[in-house]
Write a protein that binds this ligand. Structure first.
Ligand code: NI
Length: 138
């Protein structure tokens, strides 16, 4: 297999942080670390675009005072009720709510609802964590 060398421009601060990180992780070279990052990104993309069944969680952080936000989030979840297996709501303080949804379905469908929820105006932070359903991992 042919190998191509290419250069990457990075600001010094970012590069220093990256070097510290890969050193701590025990990589022998930047190239090795970057190859791993690229592979990880490709695998993640295949998974999220795929039809294989995945399970995972969607974490949402938002201010419940934001107008109509909670209604919108609930509405989206009801529209995709077969994907949302369970949800937990924690009132973090007077303003912020932390919501954790357990989702299960085709990777691409789970990704779609996660994008909708996380992209809803007023959601301060959101994250989809996908894992396997365990099938085929024996
Ligand atoms: Ni709350």
């Amino acid at each position: 297999m042919a190998t191509t060398r290419f250069g990457i421009s990075l600001d010094d601060t970012l590069l220093k942080r990256f070097d510290r990180l890969i050193d701590a992780k025990g990589y022998e070279s930047r190239s090795e670390a970057i190859r791993d990052l690229i592979r990880d990104t490709i695998v993640k993309d295949e998974w999220e675009a795929g039809s294989a069944e995945a399970a995972g969680t969607i974490t949402l952080l938002y201010d419940h005072h934001t107008r109509e936000l909670q209604d919108t989030l609930t509405h989206i979840q009801h529209r995709h009720h077969s994907l949302v297996q369970s949800s937990m709501h924690i009132h973090l303080d007077e303003h912020f709510c932390l919501e954790i949804l357990v989702v299960r379905g085709k990777g691409r469908d789970v990704k779609k609802i996660a994008d909708r929820l996380i992209g809803t105006k007023g959601v301060k932070h959101g994250k989809l964590t996908l894992t396997s359903t365990g099938k085929g991992l024996a």
